[in-house]
Design a protein around this ligand. Structure first.
Ligand code: NAD
Length: 295
């Protein structure tokens, strides 16, 4: 089978390379960044200069940073809806709003092209080791037909409902992760200001009811002072903004998430958007005039 892959960056790159390594499909990649393309062609993928070059593919994946790019690549001039052939299946792995997923599915359906929205969770490490979680919205029969392909890069792909429900699951998951991380940043700064040994604090939390993946991730980054991006703060801001928008649309009062969105806004205002999302702790560090580091 011919497989296309548009957007082979931090997340799309490793997922694409797992498809190349774990299947016999012919994989063709398209990305604006030649270095990202080269990391896939080195494993045997072909590269194409335009989306039209993927017209002969049975399945085309997209993994793109923000909804505006997804919309341009799928529904814009020269995009997949304009150049793809009827019968093609488009699988979007990006994080979008439910409305974007629904609008893209409708634009493609008008051309006889099926779509699955399939946002992912687990970060770059799990994209690389093939254990990334995928939450899929769209037609159940289309999902069932593509399950072997999902299995080539994910140990867990769950069909959660119709178009939009994959995005709903993803936005709620990320809202939980970032709110946990903000609480961790606040708690760690309280610990630093109170004078507790931060290594001991982290050890206690790890075996207690405050434990979370977000606390573990943030404390290890903060203690080392290493905020090289795995998940960029700018992307976290995008996701939380979409989650707060979902709360607004559903009429659910935002007691927590809007405050964390403000924290991310402050971090971006400090020029931290390109750093890892854990750099949100630098807002507290700036306000308190002290760093949260431990040996
Ligand atoms: P990224 O910026 O590393 O990758 C996006 C790639 O798309 C880049 O290589 C870029 O050159 C390419 N691109 C941009 N515009 C293009 C265009 N018009 N045509 C072709 N290629 C184009 O972003 P990422 O971190 O891989 O994130 C991708 C998606 O996955 C986002 O929606 C993000 O929210 C989501 N996500 C990211 C993570 C993470 O840990 N980074 C985790 C879960 C989900």
């Amino acid at each position: 089978m011919k497989i296309g892959f548009i957007g082979v960056g931090n997340m799309g790159g490793p997922m694409c390379r797992n498809i190349i390594k774990n299947t016999n499909h012919q994989v063709m990649v398209h990305d604006l960044d030649p270095a990202a393309v080269a990391r896939c062609t080195a494993l045997g993928a072909a590269s194409v200069d335009s989306i039209a070059g993927l017209a002969g593919c049975e399945v085309v994946f997209t993994s793109l940073a923000v909804p505006a790019i997804v919309e341009a690549v799928i529904a814009g001039p020269g995009g997949l809806a304009a150049t793809g052939k009827p019968g093609m299946v488009v699988i979007d792995l990006s994080t979008n709003s439910p409305e974007t997923a629904q609008a893209m599915a409708a634009a493609l359906a008008a051309k006889g092209i099926a779509m699955l929205e399939a946002p992912v969770s687990g970060g770059v490490a799990r994209a690389a080791d093939g254990t990334i979680a995928v939450m899929v919205g769209g037609d159940a029969a289309v999902f069932a037909a593509q399950e072997p392909l999902f299995a080539s890069f994910s140990s867990k792909a769950i069909h959660v409902g119709d178009f939009g429900m994959g995005s709903v699951a993803k936005l709620i998951n990320n809202m939980l992760a970032f709110c946990n991380m903000a609480a961790a940043a606040e708690g760690l700064m309280m610990g630093a200001a109170a004078g507790i040994d931060l290594g001991k604090l982290a050890e206690v939390v790890s075996i207690s009811s405050g434990a979370s993946g977000s606390f573990t991730s943030l404390s290890s980054k903060a203690f080392a002072g290493n905020f090289a991006p795995g998940f960029a703060l700018d992307l976290a801001h995008k996701d939380l903004r979409l989650a707060v928008q979902l709360a607004d649309l559903t009429g659910v009062p935002g007691m927590v998430a809007p405050n964390v969105l403000n924290l991310l806004r402050a971090a971006r205002g400090m020029g931290l958007g390109g750093e890892d999302v854990g750099a949100m702790i630098k807002v507290y560090e700036g306000l308190m005039g002290r760093a949260v580091r431990a040996p």
